[in-house]
Write a protein that binds this ligand. Structure first.
Ligand code: FMN
Length: 371
């Protein structure tokens, strides 16, 4: 049967009202200790009311040393649970679903905020300023436990599932990427070895939350650099994760090392530029029927519609369009099928970096010109 965008669907028992996903988006609105705040709860409630079937929370750090930035959500200790319960209750009150993205920034950990030297597969030079600590076997064990414990917390907090952040040059994608992983032990070298940590994290999470709890992963299909992960190896790792029981793979890509390699690509102005990871999703689809969520430059309703109808993806995921138009899905459902108004200029990062939380700066400028 041909899949359609507004039909109900499910991921490992999690019932969803449509095939639209809000991709994980750091809002810069969490408290200094990582706990959830009323503005964050309000934002989630607005998104849920806007009709999106599944919200993926912003990246929540599972260990303090894995914190990437300010205003970032934490799920590294039990004190975080009560605030997160308010977030999940607000989303459920609007009949939507929410999974928690569990993250570890690894190499890109923020030393100033954590007070600790960032940990990484290898202590390579030339990518970031400052020292990095090459992880020992004990460090690896602690990270696996931190992900599993965080997943248990997410379940207690009422999340409908979790998503492992295995993309964008964060710790787990660093292990997969030959650019960051130069280890010579069983976690480095062959693609099977480089996939060992994400697979161990999946297994530990599964043991912590059970077989019937949705466990998703977001992973890179490429790093946009010659030295980094290439699509062929992405397909191999995707297949390994599918065989190991992952419930869905969100296909993304990119690294936080230069504007060209960013996961949020600039200037998605034409239909040909949309869904910019679709070729890699097609390649993975040929090897497995695992549920695929496609992110990156989804802007036009009918492009999304044909990707789902063709079976390239089961779900269409968006980040920036829902910053500008949190009610985009309801707009489309009501019959206004004009494409998302997002200009993909990435100005939405600016206010969050300044501590004011994300919003669409372009829309604000347009509105002030009209006045
Ligand atoms: C402000 C902002 C914050 C983001 N934070 C996260 C995050 O916390 N976790 C993550 O996996 N991706 C994050 N991303 C990447 C998006 O989820 C998405 O992969 C990327 O923006 C491409 O999708 P889009 O074209 O729909 O924006 C962020 C993107 C933006 C614009």
């Amino acid at each position: 049967m041909t899949k359609t965008l507004f039909e109900p669907s499910e991921i490992n028992g999690m019932k969803l009202q449509n095939r639209f996903v809000r991709s994980a988006t750091w809002e810069g609105l969490a408290a200094d200790d990582g706990s959830c705040t009323p503005p964050l709860v309000e934002l989630m409630e607005t998104l849920a009311a806007g009709g999106v079937g599944l919200i993926i929370s912003s990246h929540a750090y599972v260990q303090k040393v894995g914190q990437a930035g300010s205003g970032q959500l934490g799920i590294h200790n039990d004190d975080m649970i009560s605030g997160l319960k308010e977030m999940t209750a607000a989303v459920h009150g609007q009949k939507s679903k929410i999974v928690c993205q569990l993250a570890h920034a690894g190499f890109f950990g923020n030393e100033k905020l954590s007070g600790q030297t960032p940990i990484a597969p290898s202590a390579i030079d030339g990518i970031a300023k400052g020292m990095r600590k090459e992880m020992t076997a004990d460090d690896i064990e602690r990270v696996i436990n931190a992900f599993a414990t965080a997943a248990r917390r997410a379940k207690v907090a009422g999340f409908d599932g979790i998503q492992i952040h295995g993309a964008h040059g964060y710790l787990l994608s660093e292990f997969i990427s030959p650019m960051f992983n130069q280890r010579t032990d069983e976690y480095g070298g062959s693609i099977e070895n480089r996939a060992r940590l994400p697979l161990a994290v999946l297994q530990a999470i599964r043991e912590a939350v059970g077989a019937d709890y949705p466990v998703l992963i977001k992973m890179n299909c490429k790093d946009f650099t010659d030295e980094g992960l290439q699509p062929t190896e992405f397909v191999q790792v995707g297949k390994m994760l599918a065989d190991a029981g992952i419930d869905a793979i969100e296909v993304s890509g990119g690294l936080p090392v230069s504007p060209k390699t960013r996961p949020s690509q600039l200037g998605v102005n034409k239909e040909e530029q949309e869904a910019y990871f679709q070729e890699e999703a097609r390649a993975l689809r040929k090897k497995t029927d695992v549920t695929l969520i496609l992110v990156g430059g989804n802007r036009s309703y009918h492009v999304a519609e044909s990707l789902v109808a063709e079976g390239v993806a089961d779900f269409i995921s968006m980040s920036r369009p829902l910053i500008r138009e949190p009610h985009l899905i309801n707009r489309w459902k009501a019959g206004d099928l004009t494409k998302a108004t997002c200009l993909s200029d990435n100005l939405c990062f600016m206010p969050a970096i300044k501590g004011d939380g994300i919003y669409c700066v372009t829309e604000e400028r347009e509105l002030s010109k009209e006045k």
